[in-house]
Design a binder for this molecule. Structure first.
Ligand code: PMT
Length: 393
């Protein structure tokens, strides 16, 4: 897989730089041709001689004064894949803003090759809104992001921000170099349904559509054919086919008309709707003591019942108990169920972030840290798009 591949490794100034020397060694052992760029601050952590010895060629540091006439464009054109490991907050900021004041950023801006970044920094820096925004921008450019992980950080601290291990980065590099598989038909539902009481009023919920739209956008960025059935007017990736709906019944009709290999059901569908909804506004003077309700169709169940069956990912908006969601995953017979506690700050309805527990068909659970909804979407698709229905226990 790596034999003869031309890989450019950019090392920026973080303590995790020592791990990128292992990464370089693994790449060379795999048969890749590796060139290395170091920022000035990387030199505070590692020496160029280490990389020269591992890769057999002298690393590049300066934008000017090297043997090459134009190092940034030559390296940019030479590589098949550029890997930034570790990627510091400063480099992510410069990259997202296009500030090409060093060799690393200039080369990354000049390359047409895919770019894979492995961020590494302290938790506070990773969670700062500026870094969140920069990551969103870079994901939007199609950059592949690996990590960071939770664990020991510099100075004896603990938390999210640790660079992924070289093995994990290596795996992501191999995936990035593998010709992409077939484009899948991905169906996503998003937003909260609105069930009319009369032409003016409706029963609804707090879903903004952000979670489902993030999934649809990420799937489209990966080149899949995405249909998004949504009640939300949020903007989407230009390749997403949007079907706008309002009620559970309309959502069901749209979903039924959409073939899918993978279905991600992130919508908050009303469980009940007013049994009748007249054409006239109910006047206040008439009073309204109660609204008779009838159950809505179970859209998720209709997708699970399809033959052939797609991979189905459900969501569960809960208020505390993961066990309930584990039971729900079994009862709903989904391949994955994404549990979010909608009472937790930063999670659930309307937020840009989410903390989820992913439950598989066998009842296994995986707790993910608080991430942006785009990050949750990317990690979820990494899992769901690789699944086959035959993987079910
Ligand atoms: O839109 P945001 O503001 O970003 O908020 C995101 C979210 C909180 C809405 C999202 O993360 C989420 O949890 N979505 C599912 C909400 C929900 O309706 O949960 P539920 O436990 O009631 O439903 C379980 C599953 O069945 C869901 O996949 C739901 O889409 C589906 N369902 C439910 C009822 C119904 N009649 N038909 C369905 O298909």
């Amino acid at each position: 897989m790596l034999t003869g591949r031309r890989l450019l490794l950019a090392v920026t100034g973080g303590v995790a730089a020592y791990k990128s020397a292992f990464l370089a060694r693994r790449l060379v052992e795999g048969g890749a041709e590796v060139k290395v760029m170091l920022t000035e601050s990387a030199l505070e952590f590692v020496g160029p001689q280490t990389y020269a010895a591992i890769t057999g060629s002298q690393p590049h540091v300066a934008l000017f004064g090297e043997d090459m006439v134009s190092p940034h464009t030559e390296l940019a054109r030479w590589c098949e894949l550029a890997v930034v490991a570790p990627a510091t907050a400063a480099t992510l900021g410069k990259l997202s803003a296009g500030i090409s004041d060093n060799l690393v950023v200039s080369t990354l801006l000049a390359t047409k090759a895919p770019v894979l970044i492995a961020p590494a920094m302290h938790t506070e820096m990773w969670e700062h809104p500026a870094t969140r925004r920069n990551m969103e921008t870079l994901r939007g450019y199609g950059y592949i992001v690996v990590g960071p992980e939770t664990g020991a950080l510099a100075g004896g601290d603990e938390g999210i921000g640790r660079m992924s291990e070289p093995e994990a980065i290596l795996e992501a590099i191999e995936t990035a170099l593998t010709p992409s598989g077939p484009s899948l038909r991905v169906l996503v539902t998003a937003g909260g349904t609105r069930e009319p009481v009369d032409p003016v009023r409706y029963l609804g919920n707090r879903s903004s559509g952000k979670m489902g739209h993030a999934v649809a956008d990420e799937a489209a960025r990966r080149g899949h054919m995405v249909t998004l059935v949504t009640t939300s007017a949020l903007p989407t990736h230009p390749a997403v086919k949007v079907v706008a709906v309002e009620t559970a019944e309309e959502m069901l009709q749209a979903v039924e008309g959409t073939p899918a290999d993978v279905a991600v059901m992130a919508a908050a569908v009303a469980d009940f709707r007013p049994t009748t909804s007249g054409a006239e506004k109910i006047p206040r003077s008439q009073g309204l003591e109660s609204i008779p309700l009838s159950p809505t169709p179970d859209i998720l169940a209709s997708v699970v019942a399809r033959q052939p069956r797609p991979v189905v990912v459900g969501f569960a908006a809960e208020t505390g108990d993961v066990e309930r969601a584990v039971e729900k995953a079994k009862r709903k017979d989904v391949d994955l169920l994404v549990y979010n506690d909608v009472t937790e700050p930063g999670s659930g309805f309307g937020t840009d972030t989410n903390r989820v527990v992913v439950i598989d068909a066998g009842g296994g659970t995986e707790q993910w840290p608080l991430m942006t909804k785009s990050e949750v979407a990317a990690k979820l698709l990494d899992r769901a798009l690789g699944m086959r229905v035959s993987d079910r226990p």
